[in-house]
Design a protein. Structure first.
Length: 186
């Protein structure tokens, strides 16, 4: 890539202060290796009015949406872990996505993305993962790998990471795909 540092944006698509998806995204970023500069936005810093066409016409676009788009555009890659609320995106993430897509349809800026999801249950936020895999490329996401971790508290340990060897193998394959897309050498 010809750069000294590779800039990675890693975040969980949740506004929860105890988000397991944020923890999972940051863990994944720590596994990249290489000379990376990690940017870890918190969705709470991008809280905006609920999107509506009327509000868009009256007030224009929130500066926070512009900031988020710029953050993604200036990165080299994205690690995003999807939380699921009632089988779909969290309200905080969906609202951010709605505003950003009105400003710039391809707001993910064709950056290589490792798309993750996890949940306390066995489906590992599978509904939202499927929705994201279909929708995100329409917004410029270059998804190079996906991985879903079921039963987070049973399969993840802060010290050891993913404790199930088979799940860990799948996860590391996704990390390798992102490293290859970013040309990270260890």
């Amino acid at each position: 890539m010809g750069k000294d540092k590779i800039k990675i944006v890693a975040f969980g698509a949740s506004s929860s202060s105890t988000s397991i998806n944020r923890r999972f995204a940051l863990y994944a970023a720590s596994r990249l290796g290489g000379n990376t500069d990690l940017i870890t936005p918190d969705l709470n810093d991008y809280e905006m009015p609920i999107f509506s066409v009327d509000r868009e016409k009256k007030d224009g676009y929130p500066s926070r949406a512009h900031e988020f788009i710029r953050l993604l555009a200036e990165s080299d890659g994205i690690i995003l872990s999807m939380a699921e609320h009632n089988g779909s995106y969290t309200t905080a993430f969906k609202n951010l996505m709605d505003w950003c897509s009105r400003i710039e349809s391809k707001f993910f800026a064709d950056k290589p993305m490792l798309l993750l999801s996890t949940s306390p249950g066995g489906r590992a936020a599978g509904f939202v993962m499927e929705a994201a895999k279909t929708r995100f490329p329409l917004h410029g996401a270059n998804i190079v790998a996906t991985f879903s971790l079921p039963q987070f508290s049973q399969n993840f340990d802060e010290q050891n990471g993913i404790t199930d060897p088979q799940l860990n193998e799948g996860f590391l394959s996704g990390i390798k795909n992102l490293q290859n897309a970013l040309d990270i050498t260890l």
